[in-house]
Design a protein. Structure first.
Length: 136
């Protein structure tokens, strides 16, 4: 198995012993993103801002692979307050197109740095994002 780390300067640097994403073949496993501003490494304030920042951070990592959010096939959403589920749905409708990725939403007691939301994902790169001719 050959794996390679993905790193985007437009997303927060890893704050532990992990990579922003790992690519194995055509599959990319994205680490959990919280609402950290990549330029300051500080958590943005409020659930709406954190949700948007999470998906912007995720987009930056995904684009570093040459892919797009549309290639994400599975997301896991972790919320400290499940009442914010509606806001996550609204954000996902802005960031993703149908067919939407499969998803799990999990209520948790706490997240790193006091975040209100965290999202991780799995992405399957298409032949287009891999720069391959569809006949290959």
């Amino acid at each position: 198995m050959s794996k390679s780390a993905i790193h985007s300067l437009n997303a927060p640097a890893a704050i532990g012993t992990y990579s922003q994403a790992i690519r194995v073949g055509h599959t990319v496993y994205l680490a959990g993103q919280i609402g950290l501003d990549p330029s300051t490494m500080l958590l943005v304030e409020g659930i709406d801002a954190q949700i948007a920042r999470v998906f912007e951070n995720m987009r930056a990592v995904v684009e570093e692979t040459g892919g797009s959010l549309d290639e994400i096939v599975k997301v896991n959403v972790y919320l400290t307050d499940l009442a914010d589920f509606v806001k996550v749905n609204e954000a996902m409708a802005r960031y993703f197109e149908e067919p939407y990725p499969a998803r799990a939403v999990i209520g948790v007691a706490a997240l790193p740095r006091g975040a209100l939301v965290e999202v991780d994902a799995v992405m399957e790169l298409t032949s287009l994002s891999l720069g391959l001719d569809a006949r290959e």
